[in-house]
Design a protein around this ligand. Structure first.
Ligand SMILES: [Zn+2]
Length: 627
């Protein structure tokens, strides 16, 4: 059952409803959306937007094709369409009939909710109407980041990008913003002639003189995968169906780093069935992009911090590609079920890494993944530790912990251990095929699992054990314990270094991978003697490393050890890139001491305006900063 507030002049009241929303699956209640899928669902939308870099807004219209309506409405519902919005300027709503007539439709914006935004309630006088909303974004629209030229690699042109996941699509398009509803889309984007626009759709290969671009996404997607970027962007092909978009100065480096893209797509297809989205391209984002990557279909957005120069961080690409199956093809129905997107994807990512770069590399990443999970479990409250989350009344971003990612992947590894790899692979392939282009809850998955993996072999595992993984805190006993002999060796080496038995020069680390460095640095005590820090730094130049993952772990050690020579680089790293993962852990470490907090506040005061809002919310809270 779901309760929503509806009003027509006579005050807001509640309507209670329960419903079926897609074939065979009961529609999950999404407490992060005002939409009422039981009444209407968007099946196709058409966007027509102008990008105004001077005013920092998008203006134009969206036209929605709906299914449902008067024929299927429950008795208690009204002749209304409810859309999600946040910080939009809604100007006019028009109904379009099949005969080409247009009717002005009355609409009302409901009360503002801090997390959800505002419902846009539109009255529909008759069935079968297409609904057109004329609107503009505002400078508060959170999905949009408008960058000045100096915040880009080329420093000459402004840049705009969107980040819709989890519930920010509603801040640039009025729509039903829930992963429970899928639609196809077309778009027309008008921008300056010297800029290229790209979307999560089929994309242009080069700029045109009008600055006008048309897009089509023929596969149905949930709203959080709506994506747009506009800037001085060029394209370089990698294979017939893969390639890289980036600012011209970054393009060659990115194409080299991601030259294995086609191999990765093939590896995933062999395991889990055909890639369903046509092309697979990657867009290298400006440095302020707040995440490692975002799996926008057909065009993954990737942070430039993964361009290490030696492919050592390409597991991120494997991750975003894997989302083409887990997440984009089969989608979590609500943000409480986020592990269905992320746990599956981390598991798939490691399988791709194993296929393309070998077992040892994948094993090292699993070991480091579990280590991070165990560390995070120590500080997470019990209610945040189960795979199925309870995010009602809270922002979905609070679910961004290692639980959906690493505990989710560990659960699938556990299943692999029980039934064997061939059976689990067949099971996953069937899962992606049977539920393609649909959204599922954890309970739907549990039922599929019982029907398909354990019904024929009930002794293999009890349902109680499955439920413990899905709904209980912590890690069940018997959780997989991945082991990499190489990483064990490195931990021993770290011990010998700390006790002075060997020097930094004895490490022979010239060809160490990122994973080897992360293990070695992670195995050192939290605080190191300055003499050892100096030895490490002067021998292996860690303060100057171009590998963002190694740099972050090194800088954490520098903060704890009060190692002054790295503080300049620390400030530069906090200024030059805006990836949430790095900023969050560094600021959290800095605030632990008085001088560290003073340093953090001084840096933050200068850099805050360049960070994405997804970051400032988090860092404001860490620093107790009042903007
Ligand atoms: Zn992911």
């Amino acid at each position: 059952m779901q309760a929503i507030a509806v009003s027509w002049g006579s005050g807001w009241f509640l309507a209670l409803v329960g419903f079926v929303c897609q074939s065979g699956i009961l529609c999950a209640q999404d407490h992060h959306s005002f939409a009422r899928p039981q009444d209407h669902r968007i099946r196709h939308l058409e966007l027509d937007l102008v990008v105004d870099f001077d005013k920092k807004i998008l203006t134009g219209l969206v036209t929605l094709d709906l299914i449902g309506g008067l024929e299927t409405r429950t008795p208690l519902s009204l002749n209304t369409l409810t859309l999600d919005t946040r910080d939009l300027d809604i100007q006019k709503v028009v109904g379009l009939t099949k005969n080409g007539e247009s009717i002005i439709l009355p609409f009302e914006l409901g009360p503002k909710d801090k997390i959800l935004g505002q419902p846009l309630v539109i009255r529909l006088p008759k069935p079968g109407l297409r609904v057109r909303v004329e609107y503009a974004t505002t400078t508060r629209s959170q999905a949009l980041q408008w960058l000045k030229p100096e915040q880009t690699a080329g420093k000459k042109y402004p840049y705009l990008f969107t980040q819709s996941q989890a519930i920010d699509a509603r801040s640039w398009i009025p729509l039903q913003d829930t992963p429970n509803i899928r639609f196809t889309y077309k778009a027309r984007i008008k921008t300056r002639a010297n800029l290229l626009a790209v979307m999560s759709a089929n994309n242009p290969l080069e700029k045109n003189s009008k600055g006008e671009y048309v897009f089509e996404m023929p596969q149905p997607i949930p709203s959080y995968l709506m994506a747009l970027a506009v800037g001085d962007i060029a394209f370089q092909k990698i294979s017939s169906r893969t390639g890289v978009y980036a600012e011209p100065g970054v393009l060659a480096k990115a194409a080299l780093e991601f030259s294995d893209m086609e191999k990765m797509v093939k590896a995933c297809e062999t395991l889990y069935g055909p890639y369903q989205w046509g092309r697979y391209d990657v867009l290298i984002m400006p440095t302020s992009f707040p995440f490692g990557g975002m799996e926008n279909p057909r065009l993954t957005f990737v942070s430039p911090t993964v361009l290490a120069g030696d492919k050592s961080l390409v597991s991120l690409l494997a991750h975003e590609l894997a989302h083409s199956w887990s997440g984009n093809l089969v989608t979590n129905a609500t943000w409480d079920d986020f592990w269905l997107n992320e746990g599956f994807t981390v598991y798939l990512e490691r399988r791709i890494m194993e296929e393309v770069y070998g077992r040892e590399r994948a094993l090292m990443e699993s070991v480091l993944g579990k280590k991070g999970l165990l560390a995070e479990l120590k500080s997470l409250p019990k209610e945040a530790q189960s795979l199925q989350l309870k995010l009602k009344g809270r922002s979905p971003s609070e679910g961004l912990t290692d639980i959906p990612y690493e505990k989710g992947a560990l659960f699938l590894t556990h299943l692999e251990g029980i039934v064997g790899r061939p059976k689990l692979d067949a099971f996953l392939k069937k899962f992606f095929h049977e539920y393609e282009f649909q959204s599922l809850t954890t309970a739907d998955f549990e039922s599929f699992l019982n029907r398909n993996l354990f019904l024929s072999n009930p002794k293999a595992i009890q349902n109680a054990q499955i439920r413990e993984w899905l709904y209980d805190p912590g890690l069940p006993t018997g959780a997989p314990d991945p082991n990499s002999p190489r990483l064990t060796q490195l931990a021993a080496l770290a011990n010998r270094f700390v006790s002075g038995l060997i020097t930094a020069g004895d490490l022979k680390a010239k060809d160490w991978t990122s994973q080897e460095w992360l293990q070695f640095l992670g195995a050192l005590p939290p605080k190191m003697l300055l003499q050892r820090m100096n030895d490490l730094d002067s021998t292996w130049h860690l303060t100057q490393t171009g590998n963002s993952e190694i740099l972050c772990v090194w800088l954490l050690l520098c903060i704890r050890s009060d190692y002054g020579p790295a503080f300049g680089r620390l400030e530069a790293f906090l200024t030059d890139q805006g990836r949430r993962k790095f900023l969050k852990s560094l600021y959290e470490e800095l605030v632990k001491t008085g001088p560290g907090k003073a340093r953090a506040l001084a840096i933050y005061a200068k850099t805050r305006s360049g960070y994405h809002h997804a970051i400032t919310e988090t860092i404001d809270a860490i620093l107790g900063y009042k903007p």
